[in-house]
Design a protein. Structure first.
Length: 204
């Protein structure tokens, strides 16, 4: 039996997740099976069980692929002493939204979690873990705004948690508008303008 390399194993795992995002979006989570995912990924069920315990485990892995990039980006940048943290946050959020819109796999994951997951039935158990991950996201943004306050007298009158929620809600709204109107929204042109309008008020 040929021993697979870590790179090959990771490639198979990524292919399974890509296939799962397609199957879940097309059929819905409840109506999708591991056989459907295996067929889409062109792997055996055994290969799926090598990487994931069950269908819910795949769902959680897809959620991590969506949440982790933003949190990791913000936490990494928080370690740097940037002279203008608000402008840096604007740049990072703009870049992230453009990258998400241009990545077909990420768009499917966004569609799955923002439009096609009601967390009923088998997915009800995911509510708590996803709420915890959202809290992590908001805490990263809150910490960012705490740092920004030290360089801006204007921001000190606002609560950091409210500031974090405001940018989270704004970005979610932009993403939802794009998902509902992908043909009419030129993300590369529109998103920088939208982010400039939003962040201009924070820089005043």
């Amino acid at each position: 039996m040929v021993r697979r390399t870590k790179e090959e194993a990771q490639k198979t795992r990524d292919e399974i997740l890509t296939a799962a995002s397609k199957v879940f979006c097309d059929n819905g989570f409840a109506n999708s099976s591991l056989e459907d995912i295996a067929g889409e990924a062109n792997v055996t069920r055994g290969a799926i069980y090598w990487h994931f315990k069950n269908k819910n485990d795949i769902f959680e892995a897809l959620h991590d692929q969506l949440r982790c990039p933003l949190v990791e980006l913000l936490l990494r940048e928080l370690e740097e002493d940037h002279p203008d943290p608000i402008s840096q946050l604007q740049e990072n959020c703009t870049k992230l939204l453009i990258e998400l819109s241009e990545d077909a796999h990420q768009r499917r994951i966004l569609t799955l979690f923002m439009k096609k997951s009601d967390y009923h039935g088998d997915l009800e158990c995911c509510k708590i873990s996803h709420a915890e991950k959202k809290a992590e996201h908001l805490n990263a943004l809150k910490a960012y705004f705490e740092m920004a306050k030290s360089n801006s007298a204007h921001l000190k009158e606002f609560d950091s948690e409210a500031l974090a929620q405001s940018i989270s809600c704004f970005m979610k709204g932009v993403i939802m508008d794009f998902l509902e109107n992908p043909e009419t929204m030129n993300v590369r042109k529109r998103v920088p303008v939208l982010m400039e309008i939003f962040f201009r008020g924070l820089k005043s």
